[in-house]
Design a protein around this ligand. Structure first.
Ligand SMILES: Cc1cc2nc3c(=O)[nH]c(=O)nc-3n(C[C@H](O)[C@H](O)[C@H](O)COP(=O)(O)OP(=O)(O)OC[C@H]3O[C@@H](n4cnc5c(N)ncnc54)[C@H](O)[C@@H]3O)c2cc1C
Length: 413
């Protein structure tokens, strides 16, 4: 049933908005309305997500957020309270082939292990034993195929053994179901066109049909559309939150390619990939900043993958999986995520406008972080703790923080 007031209105029913709603409902009776302009779930970033749940990050807080999120992915049924959830965790491991020497890989392993991640270092022989289909070559090669390539194995590789990937739309459906089961009012096909602000305080939203919903707190969880909502509220930010087009390729994975295939981050090819569709397919994307394409209008961009992107990245995949036959036509698609150009980290929490909060700018990290961002927001809003909470302070992602110094501004930051 429609309400015209609620304690909390969340704009956007992607994985972030839905998680915040569920996390609030897990610990309080506050009335929560989620407004989603799409008619189906996952029409934004979440629907296109590769949903890899790796924990190797440069910032210790990001490692902890991912680690605490993995506890949720591993205990999904208990966390959601759903006996038969739609989403499933695939704990197939994440293999990092980042062209580091053994000393640097050992440092990476140690800092992850210190945070409770099950990370190990392996050499090329052990890599081939664990993953016989994966080449250990770390010689950068010419993707056009014009320069002859001679393979040579890398020295050391890192494996996160306690993670892998989740099913993004299954997770979104589950969190929506769990939230609704706890009384959250999820309204699909409902577009917010205005945010009411009086004397520096947000008081609610206006919908496309002209109706209004009053709220004590309005939360912008609108993914790549976040700037529009912030503009509606009159919020000026020092951050550049850029809707960014990213492409993903699908390729059949026939039985002749030796299994298992883990999630792979491959610096020699500039790609990441993982199995999909019950191990019968590979999903592949880029880890290079140059492949992140700024998009002015999140409602108007090319949703097909570029032929040139497919052709180049498929070479990289064949280099890494030498037994993959050169037959068939790979498919691809493009979707958007939102990159915070200053430091690639999201902005989360209250803003300069009372009663208006944001959870924006998650780049390629938002799926894995979603449940712990929900945890932080819900702890702040309700003052209550619940099981599966994180101890990482929301202030690490505060809107009024200084940009964090990073060596690289890529999706791997
Ligand atoms: C190709 C790709 C691969 C990725 N891979 C990974 C990965 O491996 N691991 C990982 O952790 N993350 C990954 N990500 C990132 C992750 O998917 C996103 O960070 C995350 O899904 C963001 O969720 P969100 O809820 O903030 O945004 P969205 O899912 O975009 O949700 C926002 C919602 O707001 C709605 N909305 C917008 N405006 C309005 C309005 N005015 N009124 C009402 N509703 C509105 C939209 O319809 C949308 O459904 C990937 C993303 C992409 C695109």
């Amino acid at each position: 049933m429609s309400r015209d007031t609620a304690a909390i209105v969340i704009i956007g029913g992607g994985i972030m908005g839905m998680s915040i709603a569920y996390q609030i409902a897990r610990r309080s009776d506050m009335s929560v309305v989620v407004l989603e302009k799409g008619i189906g779930l996952g029409e934004g970033s979440t629907g296109g997500s590769s949903a890899i749940t790796r924990q190797r990050y440069s910032q210790v807080e990001s490692i902890r957020v991912a680690r605490d999120g993995n506890v949720v992915w591993r205990n999904w049924s208990e966390y959601t309270g759903l006996a038969e959830p739609a989403g499933r965790f695939h704990n197939i491991g994440v293999l990092w082939m980042m062209d580091q020497d053994a000393d640097d890989v050992a440092k990476d392993r140690d800092r992850l292990v210190q945070e409770g991640v099950d990370a190990v270092m392996v050499d090329a022989a052990e890599l081939s034993r664990l993953y016989p289909g994966v080449s250990a070559c770390m010689v950068p090669f010419d993707l056009t195929g014009e320069i002859a390539h001679e393979c040579a194995d890398g020295d050391a590789f890192l494996i996160e053994r306690d993670t892998g990937f989740f099913d993004a739309t299954g997770a979104l459906l589950d969190v929506a179901t769990a939230a609704k089961g706890r009384g959250v009012d999820v309204r699909m096909g409902t577009e917010v066109v205005g945010v009411t602000v009086n004397a520096g305080r947000a008081g609610g939203v206006t919908l496309a049909d002209g109706s209004t919903i009053g709220a004590g707190l309005v939360i912008n969880a609108a993914g790549p559309w976040c700037n529009r909502i912030n503009t509606m509220a009159g919020l000026e930010l020092p951050w550049s939150l850029v809707p960014t087009r990213v492409q993903v390729i699908y390729r059949d994975l026939p039985p002749e390619v030796p299994r298992p295939i883990p999630v792979v981050g491959d610096a020699a090819g500039g790609i990441y990939f993982r199995p999909e569709a019950g191990d019968g397919q590979i999903i592949l994307g880029s880890i290079l900043e140059e492949d992140e394409l700024e998009t002015a209008d999140p409602d108007n961009f090319n949703t097909a993958a570029d032929r040139s992107f497919i052709d180049l990245k498929i070479h990289a995949l064949h280099h890494r999986l030498p037994a993959l036959p050169h037959v068939g036509v790979p498919g691809g698609m493009a979707s958007l995520y939102t990159v915070n150009r200053q430091d690639v980290l999201p902005i989360v929490g209250p803003t300069a406008i009372d009663g208006f909060a944001v959870a924006n700018g998650f780049s390629g990290h938002g799926f894995k972080e979603s449940q712990m961002i929900g945890s932080m927001m819900a702890q702040w809003i309700t003052g209550e703790r619940a099981d599966f909470d994180t101890d990482v302070p929301m202030e690490f992602f505060a809107v009024d923080r200084d940009p964090i110094e990073l060596d690289a501004h890529t999706v791997l930051a």
